[in-house]
Design a protein around this ligand. Structure first.
Ligand SMILES: [Fe+2]
Ligand SMILES: [Fe+2]
Length: 475
C-alpha cells in the first residue's frame, strides 16, 4: 500500500496533515481511486504528459497553475473556499441562525444523500468520456478533454472528503460505492439517468459539456447556498472549474457550426447530404443532438413537484440559484409557482406551492441560461449568412421524469400520438444513421495545429499559448 504524505502530495487548504483519522481514511480510499482511474478513466492516456491546469490553492494565483503532467500523477487537491466565521443561514426555517460547521443529526441522512448524488455524477462523466481521446479532432481538444476528466476526478475527491470528514463509517461506505457504480452498467449503474447515457462522439461530448455540465453549475450553485458550511465552501470552489467545462462545450459547438457554415457557403447548398459528403456535420444533425442532450439534461432536475425539494430548502440544505440575490422572504411559505401538467392529453399550467416546485424553479433557471448560449451559436450562423437557427425544444419534449413523462410532444410543443412519435422520432432525435455518420468523421488528429475537417480551429489557445502549442506530449 502506498504511503503518501497527504499534506504534501495532495494540495489542500483543510489542514489534512493535522487530522490523522481523516488522513487514514483517505489513504485507504486513494489506491481504489487510482485503480478506478486505470480501469475506466481516459483510455490509453497513461504515459501522456498533458498541459493541465492544477489548483494548488483557492486564491487567484494558485487555482490555475499550468504545466505538463501525467494525468495519473495529477494532484487531486481538496479545497474549500475561504470561510466566514459569522456566516448565517440565509433561507428556510433556520434563516438567521449560524451556519453549521458539522452535520446536524436530524439532517444527516438527507445531506449524505445530496452529497452522494452530486459525487456520483463526477466519476460518471469520466467513464462516459473515456474513449473520446482515441478520436480527438485535435491536440488542443484532446487536452481540454483531459482537463475536464482530471477536474471531474477532483470533484469526486471533494465529495469524498466531505463524506469521510463528516459522515463516519457510512460516509466511508458511500465513498467506496462511488467507485463501484459504473456509468451504463446494467447491475450497478450511476444514480441519475443522463449519467448512464453514452457519449459516443465529440459532438455528443460538446453537447454534454454545454448542457450537462451546466446542470452541474446549477446544482453546485444551489448547494453553495447550503447551511452546511463545508458543503457551501466546497461547491463554491468547484464552480470555478465548471466554467471551463461549459466553455469547452459552447466553443466546441460554435466551431462545428462555423465549419459547417463554411462548407455550406463554399458549396452554396443547404442539402444535408452534400454537407455530409463534404465531411461536415449538417445542421439537422446538430439540432437533433441538441434536442437529445437538452431533454435528457433537464430531467436531471427531478420531478416538477417534490416534497424532498421542499424539505431540502426549508431545512437549509439546498438553496435556489443565486439565493442571495433574490428579494423575496427566502422562506417561500404560502407562495406559488406555475408548473405544467397533462390534462386530457393536453398540457395545462397550474399553480402549486413554490416550496414543492423548487426543482422546477431550478430547471427554469437552467433553461434561461442554456437558451442564452444557443443564441450565441446562432450568431455564428447569422454572421456566415446562413438562415437556419438552432432552437431548444419544448420543455415537455422527450421527458422521462415528472408529470411530463406521460405525454409525447413534438420539439415545438405540439402533443402527438404514439404513431406520429414513432414516425417522426428520427427527425427529432439523433437516429442510428446520424450516429453512424458522426462516428464516420471521428478520426484521431493530434499533430500540433492540425484539426479534423468537421471542426474549425479555436480562436485562441489555452493559457495564452498558441493554437499549435504541444498541449500533449505522447509517451
Ligand atoms: Fe464536476
Ligand atoms: Fe464539469
Amino acid at each position: 500500500m502506498s504511503s503518501i504524505n497527504y499534506s504534501e502530495k495532495i494540495p489542500n487548504n483543510v489542514n489534512l496533515g493535522e487530522d490523522r483519522t481523516l488522513q487514514r481514511a483517505l489513504e485507504g480510499w486513494q489506491p481504489n481511486f487510482i485503480n478506478w482511474w486505470d480501469d475506466v478513466g481516459p483510455d490509453g492516456s497513461t504515459n501522456h504528459e498533458v498541459y493541465l491546469r492544477t489548483a494548488v490553492s483557492v486564491d487567484p494565483q494558485g487555482w490555475a497553475q499550468f504545466g505538463h503532467v501525467k494525468m495519473r500523477d495529477y494532484r487531486w487537491g481538496i479545497f474549500l473556499n475561504p470561510g466566514d466565521a459569522n456566516r448565517e443561514i440565509h433561507f428556510g426555517d433556520h434563516k438567521g441562525e449560524k451556519a453549521w460547521q458539522d452535520v446536524p443529526g436530524e439532517h444527516r441522512a438527507n445531506l449524505r444523500r445530496i452529497i452522494v448524488t452530486q459525487g456520483d455524477t463526477e466519476p460518471a462523466s469520466v467513464e462516459q468520456q473515456r474513449h473520446l481521446g482515441l478520436t480527438a479532432p485535435s491536440m488542443y481538444d484532446l487536452r481540454n478533454l483531459f482537463q475536464i476528466n482530471v477536474e471531474e476526478g477532483r470533484h469526486l475527491w471533494a465529495m469524498v472528503y466531505l463524506l469521510h470528514k463528516h459522515f463516519g463509517r457510512d460516509g466511508r461506505e458511500e465513498a467506496d460505492a462511488l467507485l463501484q457504480r459504473t456509468s451504463g452498467d446494467e447491475n450497478n449503474p450511476r444514480i441519475l439517468g443522463a449519467f448512464n447515457e453514452a457519449t459516443p462522439d465529440w459532438l455528443a461530448f460538446f453537447m454534454f459539456t454545454y448542457f450537462t455540465d451546466r446542470d452541474g453549475k446549477f446544482q453546485l450553485s444551489a448547494l453553495a447556498e447550503s447551511a452546511f458550511d463545508p458543503l457551501a465552501r466546497t461547491t463554491k470552489f468547484m464552480l470555478t472549474e465548471e466554467a471551463h467545462h461549459m466553455f469547452v462545450g459552447e466553443s466546441g459547438v460554435s466551431r462545428v457550426l462555423s465549419r459547417t457554415a463554411q462548407v455550406m457557403n463554399e458549396l452554396k447548398t443547404d442539402d444535408p447530404q452534400k454537407v455530409r459528403a463534404a465531411g461536415a456535420i449538417d445542421l439537422g444533425t446538430v439540432q437533433r443532438y441538441l434536442n437529445f442532450h437538452y431533454s435528457v439534461t433537464i430531467d436531471l432536475f427531478g420531478a416538477d413537484q417534490s416534497s424532498n425539494a421542499a424539505i431540502f430548502y426549508s431545512s437549509g440544505l439546498k438553496g435556489r440559484y443565486e439565493e442571495g440575490k433574490r428579494t423575496d422572504d427566502h422562506v417561500l411559505k404560502g407562495q406559488t409557482y406555475k408548473v405544467l401538467e397533462v390534462k386530457d392529453g393536453q398540457l395545462v399550467e397550474k399553480d402549486v406551492p413554490m416550496l414543492n416546485a423548487l426543482n422546477e424553479v431550478l430547471r427554469d433557471d437552467f433553461i434561461k441560461d442554456s437558451v442564452a448560449g444557443v443564441g450565441r451559436w446562432n450568431k455564428v450562423l447569422e454572421k456566415a449568412g446562413i438562415p437556419t437557427r438552432l432552437v431548444v425544444p419544448h420543455k415537455a419534449f422527450n421527458r422521462q421524469i415528472g408529470a411530463l413523462a406521460g405525454i409525447k410532444m413534438s420539439p415545438e410543443g405540439r402533443v402527438v400520438n404514439e404513431m406520429e412519435w414513432a414516425a417522426k422520432k428520427d427527425e427529432w432525435l439523433p437516429s442510428p444513421e446520424d450516429f453512424a455518420f458522426v462516428a464516420s468523421l471521428m478520426g484521431r488528429v493530434v499533430e500540433p495545429g492540425q484539426f479534423a475537417g468537421w471542426i474549425a480551429p479555436p480562436v485562441m489557445g489555452i493559457n495564452r499559448q498558441p493554437v499549435d502549442f504541444e498541449y500533449v506530449r505522447f509517451g
